[in-house]
Design a protein around this ligand. Sequence first.
Ligand SMILES: CC(=O)SCCNC(=O)CCNC(=O)[C@H](O)C(C)(C)COP(=O)(O)OP(=O)(O)OC[C@H]1O[C@@H](n2cnc3c(N)ncnc32)[C@H](O)[C@@H]1OP(=O)(O)O
Length: 233
Amino acid sequence: MILWIIALSTKLVIFGTSNILSDLLDAAYSVGWSVSTIVVHEPESIEPRSVPLQERLARVAEVWDAPQVTTLDAFTPGEGESYLLGPTTPRRRHLAELVRQRWGLRFCTLVHRTAYVSPLAKLAEGVFVGANSVIAPGTILDEHVFVNRGVTLGHDNRIGAFSRIQPGANLGGLSVYGRGVTVGLGATVLERLCIGDHAVIAGGAVVLADVPAAVMVAGVPATVRKQLAPNHD
Ligand SMILES: CC(=O)SCCNC(=O)CCNC(=O)[C@H](O)C(C)(C)COP(=O)(O)OP(=O)(O)OC[C@H]1O[C@@H](n2cnc3c(N)ncnc32)[C@H](O)[C@@H]1OP(=O)(O)O
């Protein structure tokens, strides 16, 4: 009863938006939180088939109370708020640093009600775990790791800060992922591997061997297809 009252009183503020915003709202409401505010951090870029923020919020308003939208310059923190990053794309680090420096705020973790996170796993601040994902025992997710829907993270992995694991990816255990790694839709990564900082594993890839830093790998078995610019978390 007390826990439920605490859950109901949690007001989530989301800094920045992305196409994944509705998943964050969905996860927040699934655990009984409300989403009070979305703080827009840069002009919206509408790409083909993107859903504009106002349209997204109009859909939200059909089901829940839609959050208010404000800008970084107009935002002031309030009582009872928890904070999370909205963008899942690379270059989120600067937004996290700005929020910390300007207001001294810490970020919460958010785990969808239908996800399973082992009590023996560890989630650092700012981590998001989406619907139906499984985080196995002994796995450590560093700050702002974003785990999308239907992901399986095997046991005793370490996933570096600002990495993102996209829907349906399946990661074996006992591996070390650097910071800012992207694992694409439905990729499979075998166990006991090292994945370098800022590596991108393409959708559907099957990774059998270590991946160097700042490369894109794709295919079955995955091979290096591209060198990438480093430091883009
Ligand atoms: C809720 C949501 O919807 S979340 C959505 C999450 N989305 C994803 O996870 C998608 C993951 N993205 C991908 O797989 C993309 O293909 C990326 C990011 C890897 C593409 O990266 P880019 O740097 O743009 O690669 P680019 O398109 O230039 O392709 C380079 C080469 O790799 C190949 N390639 C790219 N992606 C793949 C792939 N998934 N499988 C096999 N080959 C691929 C290309 O065909 C190209 O081959 P070529 O040199 O022989 O022509």
